[in-house]
Design a protein. Structure first.
Length: 196
């Protein structure tokens, strides 16, 4: 399983970030990763996401290739239980499916960051009838699943920081979408909860 987890996360990044980015660029000719590399709040959030996924890969690389170093990750041995690991694996796979379905339902509206120059459709159907942020729900579940499979200080830190960063990101997106869609988005906010 140790190599499988590393391959899973590699596939996760390819399927949820790289492939959709390539597909959207090919279909629209536009760059869909519009996160600035400056000192703005959005730039900071972008760097935090890279750090969080980097942390996950470090944990998985140590688990796969240097298990003798796992004690440096401060494992929570009392949480290492077969039922927790199976639950974590189920959550990981469900989270990938959730993100992929939500991205597919967003179609050409999918972006990473805020593109002030692109007017996108407000997606309200499919999973977006139940959550305004199903992609982010999937990302939270991914980090929770990783923590259950490999409970240690770094996976706990990654899960906690993901929660905090997404709380900020969601609020920034809400302000952006209110500016772009006005009353339509305000009505959507009243009908559909932020998370679930």
């Amino acid at each position: 399983m140790k190599y499988y987890l590393l391959l899973f996360f590699f596939a996760y990044v390819v399927l949820t970030m790289l492939l959709p980015r390539w597909r959207m660029k090919r279909a629209t000719g536009q760059e869909v990763f519009v996160v600035p590399k400056d000192d703005s709040a959005q730039g900071f959030i972008g760097r935090m996401f890279k750090l969080l996924f980097g942390l996950a890969f470090v944990v998985l690389a140590v688990h796969a290739f240097a298990p003798q170093w796992e004690h440096y990750l401060l494992p929570a041995a009392f949480l290492v239980r077969p039922w927790a690991q199976w639950a974590g694996l189920i959550i990981l796979h469900f989270s990938l499916l959730l993100v992929l379905v939500a991205q597919s339902q967003m179609a050409r509206s999918w972006r990473v960051g805020f593109d002030e120059n692109a007017k996108t459709e407000l997606v309200q159907g499919g999973l977006f009838r139940y959550s305004r942020n199903p992609v982010f729900v999937g990302m939270l579940l991914t980090m929770l699943g990783l923590f259950l499979v490999l409970p240690n200080a770094l996976t706990l830190l990654a899960a906690t920081l993901t929660w905090v960063v997404l709380q900020i990101q969601v609020r920034m997106e809400e302000a952006y979408l209110l500016g772009g869609h006005g009353e339509v988005y305000a009505g959507y906010m009243k009908r559909v909860r932020r998370w679930l």
